[in-house]
Design a protein around this ligand. Sequence first.
Ligand code: CAA
Length: 269
Amino acid sequence: MGAGIAQLAIEAGLETVGREVDPARAEAARGRIEHFLTRKVEKGQLEAPARDAAIARLRLASGLGDLADCDVVIEAAFEELAVKHELFRELEPVVREDAILATNTSALSVTEIASVLERPERAVGMHFFNPAPLMPLVEIVRAERTADEVFERAYDLGRTLGKTPIRCGDTPGFVVNRVLIPLLNDCVRVLDEAGVTPADLDTGMKHGAGWPMGPCELLDLVGADVHVHASEALYDKLREPRMAPPARLVRMVQAGKLGRKSGEGFYTY
Ligand code: CAA
């Protein structure tokens, strides 16, 4: 997600620092961005000089110190409260007084993430959807103590990044995941209940419900581990049985069948 968000920023003309602890992963992310921008050039959607200028706007860094001059920092670290807390704690003394700290969390509470900050009013949720460069939506999440000005600046940034932002409160799953996560869980349960194959279920939802891609394809894209983790987080908060991850998905995660990124999920890649 971090690479996708960085891609949006450089395409929008913003000087961008991509901070990744592991330099090999940082280079791999830059490679992916270059690949997608080059595809756009090949398809006539972008001029080659504009691609080169965009790529030149991306600076990779492994330390937090490189974020000192940023107007906005959007964190897309692992979805674990302790990880986000450590990051925000270390980040706050480094960044400018007026810098916004945004989190791309999908299932944690923005208010809780921001609780470790000296100035929690500078924190806001900016929740992008997978794949971030292609999905138009960004949810702008107002935490308990988010300042109005910070909220509106995050909304404007969403627009600058070419997205369609919506404003929402800091409730579990915000808007889309509150609906989509139990729905995807239902889809996986139907696989076994109806004795249907992933391919047939996907065909069913694409041609019977107008989904752009089938639920199994989508889960393979998002990652079974990411989805199970988000389901557990929502189930923890809402206690609705449909929120709990289906056993079949949990088994897939245990077996390392995570989807596209591991080469096998519901489908093989
Ligand atoms: N930047 C630019 N282009 C990219 C890209 C990127 N990062 N990633 C892929 N592309 C391009 C590819 O290059 C590809 O083009 P080529 O084949 O010409 O190279 C193109 O996008 C994708 O081609 P498709 O024909 O597959 O595109 P599509 O028109 O079918 O749309 C889609 C793809 C937008 C993903 C669409 O299938 C869709 O909307 N799917 C649903 C996705 C969805 O529901 N996401 C939400 C997930 S839930 C979530 O994210 C919540 C969370 O918190 C985890």
